[in-house]
Design a protein around this ligand. Structure first.
Ligand code: MRU
Length: 341
């Protein structure tokens, strides 16, 4: 199983996801600014992986800082957290991890050495816990997968998007591990092709049967009865269950409802933002126009063509059959379904 980000010898190694599947290239980061750059350019991406990267960015800031007092080091960490907060706005996990890291640094108190030790330990714990969380999500979700099943998924919510194992792909992996006969329809996921480049790559490595479709083919497949369930990840989930995920997720939920197919969101509780009453309050990232005007760097439109490029859309809770998290399977009404934390 791939883990896209690792901590070793006070450095962070990350798998450059902009180069997959053509090249498997590991980058080494020693400064938090390098992690910020990797997040912005999507060398690392996927909500839980962004949380882990945020944690490691603060760990790098701590070990690299020459600060001699606890107060100075805490200020350095606050500044690094500010830079990471400004990278990508939608994935809740990134902000959740920063809050957790800063709280741990403040509790460490005393001297800079204990703060450094504690923040590195906390960042590593965030990663380790995420792997177990994904396995729990997989276990709960696998029970919902029919046998045999064709599962439609969007974007990449796999090992590459997490500490390892994946959320939506974790459900698929766990169902396959349980002996269910699963096959996957993989949406290519324009503009950045996370489905075609990353999910297809992961499923091939796992030897799980998969077929690639363009995003525009999903309606045809559902209409033809080729899909048993839809499973996707999430970047942020509001208290009422509205869920932001990669652009193109919402139309899949509408199609699933039209065709009577269950639509599941698989995500850790760290993706839930219970301070938001609904999806209307979610910050949706708008990315640069080149991502739409090009495919893998090749222009496909007039160079100055105006474009829209929202990176996420929000699926209303009424279209979500259930939310699969590490605590189990949550059913509507979601407001009252969240476990105590
Ligand atoms: O823009 P990305 O590639 O970071 O978007 C990723 C997604 O939308 C994933 O589905 C989501 O983060 C869940 S990852 C387990």
């Amino acid at each position: 199983m791939i883990s896209p980000i690792e901590w070793a010898d006070d450095r962070v190694r990350l798998l450059d996801q902009t180069r997959l599947p053509a090249a498997v290239i590991w980058l080494e980061c020693t400064r938090p600014e390098e992690i910020a750059h990797a997040i912005r350019t999507m060398q690392i991406r996927g909500a839980p992986a962004l949380g882990i990267a945020a944690g490691f960015a603060l760990a790098l800031a701590a070990v690299a800082s020459p600060d001699r007092s606890a107060a100075e080091l805490l200020r350095t960490l606050e500044a690094a957290a500010g830079d990471i907060r400004a990278t990508r706005p939608t994935a809740r996990n990134l902000f959740w991890a920063l809050e957790r890291m800063l709280a741990r640094a403040q509790q460490a108190g005393g001297d800079p050495a204990s703060i450094r030790r504690d923040v590195v330990a906390e960042a590593r714990a965030i990663q380790q816990e995420d792997i177990q969380t994904c396995r729990d999500i997989g276990r709960h979700g696998a029970a919902l997968v029919p046998d045999p099943a064709t599962i439609l998924t969007h974007c990449n919510a796999g090992a590459l998007a997490t500490g390892g194992y994946g959320t939506a792909l974790g459900v698929i992996r766990a169902a396959a591990e349980a002996g269910k006969r699963v096959q996957v329809l993989v949406d290519e996921t324009r503009p950045l092709l996370q489905g075609a480049r990353l999910t297809a790559w992961e499923l091939a490595q796992e030897r799980i049967l998969a077929t690639l479709i363009t995003d525009s083919m999903a309606g045809y497949c559902l209409q033809q009865g080729k899909v048993d369930i839809v499973v996707v990840g999430a970047d942020r989930i509001a208290r009422n269950g509205d869920a932001a995920n990669k652009i193109g997720t919402y139309p899949l939920a509408v199609l699933a409802r039209e065709h009577g197919v269950p639509f599941y969101v698989a995500a850790p509780l760290s993706t839930a933002d219970l301070s938001l009453a609904s999806g209307a309050e979610m910050p949706i990232e708008e990315r640069g126009p080149e991502e739409v005007r090009t495919v893998l760097g090749t222009p496909i439109s007039p160079p100055e063509m105006p474009v829209l490029n929202p990176a996420f859309d929000v699926t209303p809770a009424r279209l979500i059959t259930a939310i699969i998290c590490e605590a189990g399977v949550l059913r509507p009404p979601y407001e009252t379904a969240w476990p105590e934390r």
